[in-house]
Design a protein around this ligand. Structure first.
Ligand SMILES: [Zn+2]
Length: 276
């Protein structure tokens, strides 16, 4: 998102070309038809994998297997009709470090990042889905850490930070990260509504904040979705059921549709920083 929007150099490049065309071609300039909107890219992150099974249900089913099944069903639904492109952070039963998952999503220039997990709780009566976004404190820490990186060999929102003075780079990172967190929260609210609308049980206070490492991309709105509790018999039964996977995928796809439906089809400007 927000590629190059804070870079003010485009006018300078455009002016000579305009002047030239005014001299040589005084007729009405041809207007190119607008290119079709780029299909949005959604990064799906099935949690855990390989040597890391995640939590385990009473039946012995591993979290990594459940969330991978939901991720592939969701991929199938999102790519049907070519509305979206999908990038999975792991393809198969592989261990991928958390930061690497974020890097893969950023490298692919994902428009949205959805991490899928299943939870467990000592109280087997606890059940329902929860949506997490990055907490304020964790967001500020990430922005500070990124700003402090020695070589800043990094692009944030399409801006090459090496070309920016330190204080400018810090402000750009902070603004971008704040805008991203705001968008993540908007998406989380839509997700909670969509889950309920599709009849998926949710925890009370279904939208929560935490410092999960996979949510730390400064320029990709991200949520972590706990699909339910493998420690709860009713949830576990559902999480092993293909029809329920399809229902979860429908709810998540509907949330993505609503989220992108309210946003311009091409990357837009970073929303103004807003302290809440
Ligand atoms: Zn997990």
């Amino acid at each position: 998102m927000a590629l190059g929007v804070l870079v003010g150099g485009s006018m300078g490049l455009a002016m000579p070309a305009l002047a030239q065309s005014a001299r040589t071609a005084p007729t009405v300039p041809k207007t190119k038809p607008a290119p079709p909107p780029r299909p949005r890219l959604i990064a799906l992150d099935p949690g855990h994998g390989g040597a890391d099974p995640g939590t385990t249900g009473a039946s012995g089913m591993h979290e990594k297997t459940v969330v991978y099944a939901v991720a592939t069903e969701l991929e199938r639904q999102l790519t049907a009709g070519r509305r979206y492109r999908v990038a999975l952070t792991r393809r198969g039963d592989l261990f991928v470090p958390l930061r690497e998952r974020v890097s893969r999503a950023r490298a692919a220039r994902a428009d949205l990042f959805i991490s899928l997990h299943a939870d467990s709780h000592p109280d087997s009566g606890v059940r329902g889905a929860t949506v997490y976004t990055l907490s304020e404190g964790a967001s500020d820490r990430e922005a500070a850490a990124l700003a402090a990186k020695e070589n800043k060999a990094d692009l944030v929102a399409g801006i090459d930070l090496r070309r920016q003075p330190d204080d400018v780079a810090s402000v750009l990172i902070e603004m971008t990260q704040r805008g991203t967190v705001n968008q993540s929260r908007t998406f989380a609210g839509i997700m909670v509504e969509a889950l309920r609308h599709h009849g998926v049980a949710t925890l009370p206070r279904s939208h929560r904040h935490a410092g999960f490492a996979v949510l730390t991309a400064p320029d990709v709105p991200a949520i972590l979705l706990e699909l339910g509790y493998l420690s709860n018999r009713a949830d576990e039964r559902l999480l092993l059921n293909k029809a329920h996977h399809q229902k979860l995928a429908r709810a998540i796809a509907a949330a993505a549709d609503r989220y992108f439906g309210t946003r311009p089809s091409q990357p837009g400007p970073v929303p103004a920083a807003k302290k809440t």
